[in-house]
Design a protein around this ligand. Structure first.
Ligand SMILES: [Zn+2]
Length: 309
């Protein structure tokens, strides 16, 4: 059973987070926030159990949850009294929602970082990162550095994103698109797919990109198309192995030209990431491709949205 993005009510349980292996894209975080918001907002906390040392004695019982919103890949849960809970999923974090009395199945108890309960739901945060409380008025302390949010409900400021990218003209476009200070919400998947659509090698210098505006708008369009869906298709096809152009398709034929999709690591360890591209369709500078291209499993999996058996 799939957890419906907009209506967790009626579902007894389910994991809402990445499977591990890669940082989730902004649309995944958006979906997680939507589900937490649907489940908790408007209701009073009947239990708060922080299992991180710095907040171990914090008690939010009796306070109403106001809303949960995404900012890039950060989650901000606003709570009565001018309090904001900041969390981040990073590689392996997830939130699980359970009806009261249902057995939790998100992993061993020592992976739990936070429990928030209302009369209707238990929200269990497994392996969450950056768990902290701050004044709602000071949210910029944790998200103020972010560039324009591609999923900003008020509208994505593409011009500002382009301006920030241009500030570092020597950077490789594949790296620059992942830098959340330039634009927030884009991860490895939408980076690879947008660069394929725009026919650019990920190693192209920002100053050599002929139409930076088009790259930014394409990335935003691809991620926006998947907002609110459990699947992440950039091709418009949701069939198995048909959802992406190059991402996680190392060694498989390019959908445009048939050339095997190449893979190589981009960036400096430990922040290097596997990158997928077509040597023929995406000309430009690039390193020697890996001899045995990787076909995937490096990224999170939205099948994780299915509830536990
Ligand atoms: Zn190709």
């Amino acid at each position: 059973m799939l957890l419906q993005p907009r209506s967790p009510r009626g579902c007894s349980r389910g994991r809402i987070g990445p499977e591990g292996g890669d940082v989730p894209e902004g649309d995944t975080v958006w979906l997680v926030c939507q589900r937490l918001d649907d489940a908790l907002s408007g209701d009073v906390l009947t239990r708060s159990d922080f299992r991180v040392p710095q907040l171990a004695t914090t008690d939010l019982v009796g306070r109403r949850v106001l809303q949960t919103v995404p900012r890039g890949k950060h989650l901000l849960t606003r709570i009565e009294g001018g309090i904001t809970l900041h969390t981040h999923l990073r590689m392996d974090g997830s939130w699980h929602l359970y009806r009261p009395g249902v057995r939790w199945g998100g992993g061993p108890d020592h992976r739990i970082r936070l429990i928030l309960s209302t009369a209707g739901w238990d929200a269990i945060g497994y392996r969450l990162h950056d768990v902290e409380l701050l004044e709602t008025a000071r949210e910029d302390d944790v998200v103020g550095h972010l560039g324009p949010d591609v999923l900003d409900p008020a509208g994505f400021d593409a011009d500002e994103a382009v301006r920030r990218l241009r500030d570092q003209p020597e950077r490789e476009i594949g790296q620059a698109l992942l830098d959340q200070r330039n634009l927030a919400g884009i991860g490895n998947l939408y980076k690879a797919e947008a660069l394929f659509v725009e026919r650019l090698s990920p190693w192209t210098g920002v100053s050599d990109v002929p139409d930076l505006d088009a790259v930014v708008r394409t990335a935003a369009r691809l991620i926006g198309r998947n907002k609110g869906h459990a699947s992440q298709s950039t091709t418009g096809d949701s069939g198995r192995d048909r959802q992406h152009y190059v991402f996680e398709r190392g060694g498989k034929p390019c959908r445009r030209c048939g050339e095997p999709v190449a893979t190589a690591m981009q960036g400096d360890p430990p922040y290097d990431r596997i990158t997928y591209w077509c040597l023929r369709c995406q000309p430009g500078p690039h390193p020697e491709p890996q001899k045995r291209p990787r076909s995937g499993s490096g990224a999170y999996d939205r099948r994780a949205h299915r509830s536990s058996p």
